[in-house]
Ligand binder design. Structure first.
Ligand code: PLP
Length: 227
């Protein structure tokens, strides 16, 4: 039994309702369907229901699905932790990276992006929870990294991404999203041409949209819980 089209429709409806509740246009938020650990058949079910952007965390898990679905009009987003030995493949197979948090990885992705492809679109991930185990650049280092990334020819800096601590309450989620939005506005005021706030997952999508998210990354609420 495949409930993906119904779940997808429900997520899209929640996104519209949250946007309208925040005084924004109903279609002002983009949906990234996070398909990590799920089979290509699930991605195809969402694709047939109109979904085009899919997010993956693990290169080895993603590559066979990207191969299997070649020929479809899918935009692949890499949202997992970056490792130096994976940047070449990521730069070849993805349209976006949301989890950029070091200049070293940025330089590798830029240099390795094939010349016949458009620049790789990237968001810098910011660690606003203070947890050292988590990915993301520290707030104090963001402006310098963003400026350097914006100058790399193989990349196009689109915006910022963050994740609140899992299980944090709605007020804490909103505080993290509001902080990311403030950093985003500061970078724009400093002259960077950014248009993307990648924030909001299944558990905190409404809080993220209330704070200005332009792209939510939704996995479980579309594809079901991961085992
Ligand atoms: C898994 C994941 C998501 C989706 O989370 P859900 O709770 O399944 O909606 C979004 N963003 C990142 C970076 C993830 O790793």
């Amino acid at each position: 039994m495949n409930q993906i089209p119904e779940r997808l429709a429900r997520v899209r409806e929640r996104m519209r309702a949250a946007a309208v509740a925040g005084g924004r246009a109903p279609d002002s938020v983009t949906l990234l369907a996070v398909s990590k650990t799920k089979p290509a058949s699930d991605i195809l079910a969402a694709y047939r229901a109109g979904q085009r952007a899919f997010g993956e965390n693990y290169l080895q898990d993603a590559l066979p699905k990207i191969q299997a679905l070649r020929g479809n009009d899918i935009e692949w987003h890499f949202i997992g932790r970056l490792q130096s030995n994976k940047t070449a493949e990521i730069s070849r197979h993805f349209a976006w990276v949301h989890s950029l948090d070091s200049l070293k990885h940025a330089q590798r992705l830029s240099a390795q992006r094939p010349a016949d492809m458009p620049p790789l679109q990237v968001c810098v991930q910011v660690n606003l929870s203070g947890e050292l185990s988590k990915g993301g650049v520290e707030r104090a280092d963001l402006a310098e990294l963003a400026a350097a990334v914006a100058r790399l020819p193989g990349l196009r800096l689109r915006g910022l991404m963050t994740m609140p601590d899992p299980g944090s309450d709605p007020a804490a989620q909103r505080a993290v999203f509001a902080a990311l939005r403030k950093l985003f506005e500061e970078l724009r005021a400093a002259g960077l041409d950014l248009d993307t706030l990648s924030m909001g997952m299944s558990a905190d999508m409404e809080a993220a949209i209330a704070e200005g998210s332009t792209m939510v990354r939704i996995g479980a609420d579309i594809f079901g819980a991961r085992t």
